[in-house]
Design a protein around this ligand. Structure first.
Ligand SMILES: *Cc1c(COP(=O)(O)O)cnc(C)c1O
Length: 393
């Protein structure tokens, strides 16, 4: 695959495994075994069965008729919002728990920001009867209390990260510390296409089911495998990577990645990484991240907790740098408006993350025959409070 990872774990200038020496055995074990495990027919059969009968895949590719009329093209929603637990995150969590079992691991750790990845991880641990510890920033625990309760009800232990800014990056640091202390029996389920190699490639492979299904479904709808445009929002970049994966080598397909501009790219309250970031190392890989001139990570901001991340995965950094995908950004206000529009025109309340991808439609012009696929990465139930506060219902 032209845009895939090379044998050293790099995508062009980005990727690699920048880890403390004490993590080396864990990451090296994964690196040596992940491809053969994922390609094993038994693994594939179990993964496919759970995706079908537990997650509810294939997720529909829905032709949004009123949107199509409004935007003057054939608009399709890839309905990851209909998955069990409400987003694309469960695809990766299922893949990694099956991998952990085959590595003989007895305990799972994860980090979570908004709680969506924590819930997906707690869910698959309950499914497999494996102990689960989720690290979450103290501030995030207060902001996302319902997801903390969900994780606890699912049997997970939620440990507060109380250092630094008490948010996602601090939770990630705590999870890494735990992994260093428990290298033999514990697997760390990372929630996006970030982290040291092989995580970005492994997570992209698990999420690639999104574009694999989309190609087949497009044939049913349009008679063609390839759309003109594919759009997805980017936090760390896992739903976008899954949505882009099987279209990467089809150079005529225009890939559009939508970052969160927060209150505006120049406002000082933003998460538009490609606009504001420079090259550096974040969470174990060389990528593009928001940082001060002396290399300290800048706190990101977005109204959407899932896009509130100071970096992007290394494969995205590469696709950005070589211009294979276009990276754009959408503000809080534009996203919220798009979320309301989708609710009232299509009867679908999207996650605020997904609303960012929808908002990009306003800024594009299409030909009437264009086929446009948008990844609806999650449902809006978790965001109801934020929508309500914003619109004053
Ligand atoms: C977590 C999340 C995202 C952002 O994560 P990516 O890894 O960039 O996909 C987007 N949408 C939803 C619904 C999420 O829960």
């Amino acid at each position: 695959m032209k845009y895939g990872v090379n044998e050293h774990g790099y995508y062009g200038d980005f990727g690699g495994a920048y880890i403390p020496e004490m993590l080396y055995p864990n990451v090296e074990e994964l690196r040596q075994k992940y491809i053969s495990i994922i390609n094993d027919p038994d693994f594939k059969a179990e993964f496919d069965d759970l995706l079908k009968n537990y997650v509810g895949r294939p997720s529909p590719l829905y032709h949004a008729k009123r949107y199509s009329e409004k935007y003057g093209a054939n608009i399709f929603f890839k309905r990851e919002d209909l998955n069990h637990t409400g987003s694309h995150k469960i695809n990766n969590a299922i893949g990694q728990i099956l991998l952990a079992k085959r590595l003989g691991k007895k305990r799972i750790i994860a980090e979570t920001g908004a709680g969506q990845h924590g819930v997906a991880t707690a869910t698959v641990c309950a499914l497999m009867g494996i102990e689960c510890v989720v690290y979450m920033g103290e501030i995030d625990m207060a902001r996302q209390a319902p997801n903390v309760s969900r994780m606890k009800m699912l049997g997970a232990t939620v440990r507060p990260a109380s250092s630094g800014s008490k948010t996602l990056k601090d939770a990630t640091n705590e999870a890494l510390r735990d992994w260093i202390g428990n290298p033999v029996d514990t697997h760390y389920i990372i929630g996006s296409v970030v982290g040291p190699y092989p995580y970005p490639d492994m997570v992209a492979r698990f999420q690639s089911i999104i574009s694999e299904e989309t190609k087949k479904q497009l044939v049913e709808h349009t008679g063609k495998q390839l759309p003109e445009y594919v759009l997805a929002c980017v936090g760390g970049g896992s739903n976008a990577m899954g949505m882009f994966y099987h279209f990467l080598d089809d150079e005529d397909v225009k890939l559009v990645a939508v970052e969160a501009a927060g209150k505006g790219v120049d406002s000082g309250e933003s998460a538009a990484t490609t606009f504001l970031g420079q090259e550096g190392v974040l969470h174990g890989s060389r990528t593009i991240l928001m940082q001060t001139p002396d290399g300290q990570v800048v706190e990101p901001y977005s109204i959407s907790a899932g896009l509130d991340y100071p970096g992007i995965g290394p494969q995205h950094a590469h696709l950005y740098k070589i211009n294979r995908a276009q990276y754009v950004s959408v503000t809080d206000d534009e996203a919220m408006k798009a979320g309301l529009l989708c609710s009232q025109m299509e009867g679908i309340i999207p996650a605020i993350e997904s609303s960012h991808a929808l908002a990009q439609l306003e800024k594009m012009t299409f030909k009437p025959d264009d086929n446009v696929v948008i990844c609806l990465s999650g449902r809006g139930d978790k965001d109801l409070d934020t929508y309500i506060k914003y619109f004053g219902y």
